[in-house]
Design a protein around this ligand. Structure first.
Ligand code: ASN
Ligand code: ZN
Ligand code: CA
Length: 332
């Protein structure tokens, strides 16, 4: 028989979490039938196929024998679960294709692989174990980032190069951050840093900073002609920066214990409209107004159109979009 269960997961990055599982016969599976049928598989260092569906005897995952193997599965399964809930409850979107069907996740890809990636072809998520196998790439903002690539593919379809590529990457950072804030548990309080838990630089610093992207030494803070020649993970900077300014405003601000100091390109102070409204505007811009070739100027128009549709053209939200884009040197 099959029975819907909620297991207990001892994760690496999100504390002790409740995860959707299934009891099949006398074996529990990482199979969440309440969220589109999401399953988490163990690749066991392979680089193709689906490996084996992760199973357990008592529905308490990540402790006892096999804990090292199970831990990454817990984080990946939880990441897909929170990402599903975030899109459903924030935007009314039911899965990556909005068809009620979940993707699946694969952990333990290759050996000490320092990346995670979404694949449109398998419609699946894959996670490496990280350098030395100690920091799997399974933190919540990374999971949300990667699965948001699937949402972008199935909506605006932003090309993965030039300015559209930067907007594609920023969209994943924006919604990955939305997922992290949405979780709001004791270990995922939410921040405007990307990958702060996976120690990808080996010195405890995050991968990216949305408040001031050039703090990573490579990302652009603001738009300039030629920004599209950067790697898409650096040309994302201006859009990440715009989203921070739109949400929180410029200058110094401490949120959940992290202090940010966000500049504007022209030195003119910008007021935030709040993260909730900023997320709604970016989602509507992505799903209604952007196309595969949208560049930074087009993103400004798309976001203004979204603000008009959601709040009206006389709204503080509409004005906020214009001000935030001005703060990254787009429009005026
Ligand atoms: N983790 C990377 C990303 O989502 C994978 C890639 O390069 N596409 O950007
Ligand atoms: Zn990405
Ligand atoms: Ca983060």
């Amino acid at each position: 028989f099959q029975d819907i269960k909620t297991g207990t997961g001892n994760s690496q990055y999100s504390g002790t979490v409740t995860i959707g599982t299934t009891l099949s016969g006398s074996t529990y599976q990482l199979y969440d039938t309440t969220r589109g049928g999401h399953k988490t598989y163990n690749l066991n260092n392979a680089t193709s196929g689906t490996g084996t569906l992760m199973t357990d005897t008592d529905d308490t995952w990540g402790t006892g024998s096999g804990s090292n193997t199970q831990t990454a599965g817990v984080d990946a399964h939880f990441g897909a679960q929170v990402t599903w809930d975030f899109y459903k409850n924030t935007f009314g979107r039911s899965g990556i294709k909005n068809d009620g069907v979940a993707a699946y996740s694969r952990v333990h890809y290759s050996s000490s692989y320092v990346n995670a990636f979404w694949d449109d072809d398998c419609f699946c998520m894959t996670y490496g174990d990280g350098s030395g196998g100690t920091h799997a790439l399974t933190s919540l903002d990374v999971a949300g980032h990667e699965m948001s690539h699937g949402v972008t593919s199935n909506t605006a379809g932003l090309n993965y190069s030039g300015e559209p590529g930067g907007l594609n990457e920023a969209t994943s950072d924006i919604f990955g951050t939305g997922v992290e804030f949405y979780a709001a548990n004791s270990t995922d309080v939410g921040d405007y840093l990307i990958g702060e838990k996976i120690d990808i630089n080996g010195d405890g610093t995050p991968l990216r900073y949305m408040d001031e992207p050039d703090k990573d030494g490579s990302s652009a803070d603001s738009w300039y002609s030629g920004v599209g020649n950067l790697d898409v993970h650096y040309s994302s900077g201006p859009a990440n920066h715009m989203f921070y300014l739109l949400s929180e405003g410029s200058g110094s601000k401490t949120i959940n214990g992290v202090t940010y100091n966000s500049p504007t390109s022209d030195g003119v102070a910008v007021a935030g409209i709040g993260r909730a409204a900023a997320l709604q505007i970016w989602y509507k811009a992505l799903t209604t107004y952007m196309t595969s070739s949208t560049n930074y100027a087009g993103a400004r128009t798309a976001a203004l159109n979204a603000a008009t549709a959601l709040y009206g053209s006389s709204s503080t939200q509409y004005a906020g979009v214009g001000n935030a884009f001005a703060g990254i040197n787009v429009g005026s």
